[in-house]
Design a protein around this ligand. Structure first.
Ligand code: ZN
Length: 117
């Protein structure tokens, strides 16, 4: 199914800063280059959170995590997620963005972060 909707996993915490213009742009770009999904949704699984380490961009609302397990893919899932990240990076076209795919098995996800340092 074409991925046309943005959804948030139950329990995801959003602060006003999560809707800063650059973060809305990030979500818009990620959705616009998303692969097809089984439910047609790009699902944010983490936004704001308490710091897990001293440099946790989620804490200052500069990062979103995106679900992988609903992504339709041939072969293994990780290359499909890496291709998605690559399309997003090309569209954002700035070194201020870090988009990585990490985690294993059902925890595999895309972490997309604004880091202008
Ligand atoms: Zn993350």
């Amino acid at each position: 199914m074409k991925t046309a909707h943005l959804a948030f996993k139950d329990g995801v915490r959003l602060r006003a800063a999560c809707f800063a213009p650059h973060m809305v742009r990030l979500l818009t770009v990620l959705l616009s280059v998303a692969p097809d999904t089984r439910d047609g949704c790009m699902v944010v699984t983490e936004a704001w959170r308490k710091p897990r380490h001293p440099d946790d961009a989620h804490t200052w609302c500069n990062a979103f995590d995106i679900r992988s397990r609903n992504v339709i893919h041939e072969g293994s899932l990780e290359p499909a997620m890496l291709a998605w990240a690559s399309r997003a990076k090309a569209s954002l076209d700035s070194p201020d963005w870090q988009i990585v795919v990490h985690g294993e098995g059902p925890g595999l996800h895309m972490h997309a972060e604004f880091d202008p340092r």
